[in-house]
Design a binder for this molecule. Structure first.
Ligand code: ADP
Ligand code: ZN
Length: 739
């Protein structure tokens, strides 16, 4: 759709003849920078003004970014025109776009595209029809008609149903009056229908720790300046209740607030909890919104009509005009890192936006990222601690089961004797259990016993995962699937293929074998029938229609099951051994989160941790509930390695379908890396997924001292190599994983 234009202010002067101002206009496209355009006479060329700009033989939306730069004569420049109503992006958002582009080495237009997520929001608003009293007196008058006209006497515009309701008549009566001309049409803007949350709707009585933390946050909000706070408390300690108090203060000051959640935590339960505290649901922003909801929400945020918005990471790029607070809940979550397109970390960029908007930032977690933890330790962030669970609930007891000592007497492969005994006890007591394994499907690897062939994806360097219910083998990277074969595709031996290792489906199979009477369900992100099945499994658990929930990561967070007293972690070593810098930290965070599901109410919880490395620091920290020692050890380890946050990293990923060209480009990049003090460049080496969705991938890694301007180094380096069009070079500043 062609955007509507602002009417020329002086229609008798043809635009070509009018003297024109020029401006640099940023287009939401991955181009190197702003382009120069002319503007119609009389337009105030202010940064942020949204325009329609011709580009080639089409037209695109753009934003006035700054002064024109080029020396091109006026006659060669095309004319960009402001949109109807002259909408403009807030300056804070423009500055934020520049900052993110600069930091992530992305074309600014690619970041602008994220800030213009709803193009429809800039089109003229749809109007809705409403009615007011007209001058005609109807020839026939009834009691019902009189009532309607009496209501309309106040001159306010109402819909048919609104009038019918207020006058207590049927809509037919109102329509009759419209036909008779006694009511006439008028046009109103679409309802915003975002009601203001009430700060004092249902405030809780806080315990001492909570009250103290809440007071600090209220003061920070009142200061109306940048500050950062780590809200650090065990699961169930009331972190949400505490940051709600900061929100209430923001509302009292008439400002806007943004709550960022990992997409998976953005649940109906959270919205309802918010509504219970503030009287209405907050506005939402996530990938499931319809174009219409997106448009409505975007507009209302820009007009300041949305006071509180809860969203996934992309909400950080919304046009807030008076932001007074940003909260990042579960701040340690990897999901805040966007890995595709423009690569950025929403938690880190939230710090930047808060600085630009001059407002406080709250990072909340039971297991903070090491970065945030150290920032709190050094005083850059205030450290607000909630040490105990609210009310009677205690932290669960964590016991290690040493799998090396288990002899699997009864043919059990994944459920050790102590775990089976604990399950028996839990079921006998009428309580619930959760078994956790962070692996989807039945088995991660299918192997031919006859020739040793492993079934792999033809498009990715990854194994095919067996999904036994569906009788399929699937690649979890690209979605490639085949029917589970009978014969080995390599040596054609019949019946020689065996499943290696467990996925949740296989754990469930063994569970059903040992506990034939128990009611259980599997929750995994790719169950046979998709997310609906997972939701129903979780609901069944909440209603105690099942005794045991067997699940992947999807069951780790957020859920509150009062009768859940036992958590069994099937393989605590999973994910800890891939040499990734943050693997240990992540394992700790995930297992801690899962453990936190046990004993959330009065009944004490027990966690059994099955491992082959009982002496490992992660296991010890979990078992002794001594998180801070683990963090200290992890910090020391990273400091010695010069790794983040003590040093800086940036990755370069070279990818493409032409393997030769990819390798050649990567090799040239490796050779072109300039020598610089305190900078080392590693690689190129094949990436962890050396083949992904058919593309060959090579990686280079820059490791630098903290004092080094990594962005400047990268710019100087990457411009030296000409990339063939078939090859893509992607930069990941501060990489958190190394796939
Ligand atoms: P966290 O965010 O730290 O996991 P929550 O804020 O979800 O903790 O609190 C855990 C549970 O305890 C919730 O059901 C919450 O409503 C309740 N709770 C926490 N603090 C209070 C309080 N001061 N008064 C009443 N209920 C509380
Ligand atoms: Zn694949």
């Amino acid at each position: 759709m062609r955007p509507a234009r602002l009417k020329p202010q002086n229609p008798e002067v043809a635009p070509e003849l009018a003297p024109l101002e020029r401006a640099g206009i940023l287009l939401p496209l991955p181009l190197a920078g702003a382009y120069d355009y002319k503007l119609p006479r009389g337009v105030n060329a202010a940064r942020g003004l949204v325009v329609a700009a011709p580009l080639g033989n089409r037209e695109t939306m753009g934003v006035i970014w700054g002064a024109a730069e080029g020396a091109v004569g006026d006659n060669r420049l095309k004319v960009a025109e402001p949109l109807a109503g002259a909408p403009a992006l807030p300056l804070g958002l423009c500055d934020f776009v520049d900052w993110v582009a600069d930091y992530t080495l992305s074309p600014p237009g690619a970041i602008l595209a994220m800030a213009l997520r709803s193009r429809g929001a800039f089109e003229p608003e749809a109007l809705r029809t409403a009615y007011i009293k007209g001058d005609t007196v109807p020839s026939r008058m009834s009691e019902a008609r009189k009532r309607v006209l009496a209501v309309a006497e106040d001159g306010l515009a109402r819909s048919v149903s609104g009038l019918a309701e207020d006058a207590n008549v049927t809509p037919a009566v109102v329509r009759g009056l419209i036909t008779a001309g006694a009511l006439v049409t008028t046009q109103l803007p679409e309802f915003s229908s975002f009601k203001d949350p009430e700060p004092d709707y249902a405030a809780p009585v806080l315990n001492d720790d909570q009250a103290q933390a809440a007071k600090r946050l209220r003061e920070a909000v009142a200061q109306k300046s940048f500050s950062a706070h780590l809200l650090d408390g065990v699961t169930g300690s009331g972190k949400t209740e505490v940051y709600f108090e900061a929100l209430a203060q923001t509302l009292r000051q008439g400002k806007q607030a943004l709550i960022l959640l990992p997409e998976i935590a953005l649940t109906v339960q959270f919205l309802e909890r918010f509504a219970a505290r503030f009287g209405v649901r907050p506005a939402e922003w996530h990938s499931d919104l319809s174009a219409r909801e997106r448009r409505r929400t975007y507009r209302a945020v820009m007009k300041g009509e949305v006071k509180v918005l809860v969203g996934a990471r992309s909400a950080l790029f919304l046009p807030f005009t008076e932001l007074g607070l940003i909260i990042v809940d579960e701040e340690h979550e990897q999901a805040f890192k966007q890995q595709e397109g423009a690569i950025y970390h929403a938690r880190d960029m939230a710090v930047v936006r808060a600085r630009i908007e001059k407002c406080p930032l709250v990072l909340s977690s039971a297991t903070p990222s090491l970065e945030s933890f150290l920032n709190a330790g050094s005083g850059r962030y205030t450290h607000l601690k909630l040490l105990a669970r609210h009310g009677a609930a205690e932290m669960p007891k964590v016991q290690i089961v040493d799998l090396r000592q288990e002899n699997n007497e009864e043919g059990a492969k994944w459920l050790s004797a102590p775990l089976r005994a604990a399950i028996t006890q839990t079921l006998a007591a009428g309580e619930q259990a959760m078994l956790f394994l962070n692996r989807r499907g039945y088995a991660p690897l299918t192997l031919c016993q006859s020739c040793g062939h492993k079934l792999t994806c033809p498009h990715c360097s990854s194994w095919l995962v067996e999904h036994r219910y569906r009788k399929r083998l699937a690649c979890h990277q690209c979605g490639y699937e085949i029917a589970a074969p009978n014969a080995c595709p390599e040596c054609k031996a019949e019946g020689a293929l065996i499943a290696c290792g467990p996925g949740v489906e296989r754990v469930a199979e063994e569970f059903a074998h040992f506990f034939p009477e128990a009611r259980y369900a599997i929750a995994s992100s790719d169950m046979m029938h998709g997310p609906a099945e997972t939701q129903s499994a979780i609901r069944a658990m909440g209603r105690q229609e099942i005794d045991v929930l067997i699940g992947t990561q999807i069951v780790a967070k957020g859920h509150h099951f009062p009768q859940l007293t036992l958590v069994g972690i099937i393989d605590a070593d999973l994910g800890g051994s891939d040499g990734d810098l943050r693997a240990r930290e992540r394992t700790f965070q995930l297992l801690h989160q899962v453990s936190g599901r046990a004993g959330r109410a009065e009944k004490p919880g027990l966690v059994l941790l099955q491992t082959r490395n009982p002496a490992d620091a992660v296991m010890q920290a979990l078992a002794s509930n001594n998180r801070d020692d683990f963090y200290a050890q992890e910090a020391e380890f990273r400091e010695r390695a010069g790794a983040p946050p003590y040093g800086r990293l940036a990755a370069v990923i070279v990818s493409g379908y032409d393997a030769e060209k990819v390798r050649e480009t990567a090799r040239q990049l490796g050779q072109a890396a300039p020598a610089a003090k305190d900078v080392k460049v590693w690689g190129p080496t094949p990436a962890f997924y050396a083949l992904l969705r058919g593309q060959t991938r090579e990686r280079l890694l820059v490791s630098a001292a903290k004092s080094v301007d990594v962005q400047a180094y990268m710019r100087a380096w990457l411009t030296q190599v000409k990339t063939p069009t078939q090859v893509r070079v992607t930069v990941d500043v501060d990489p958190i994983s190394f796939f």
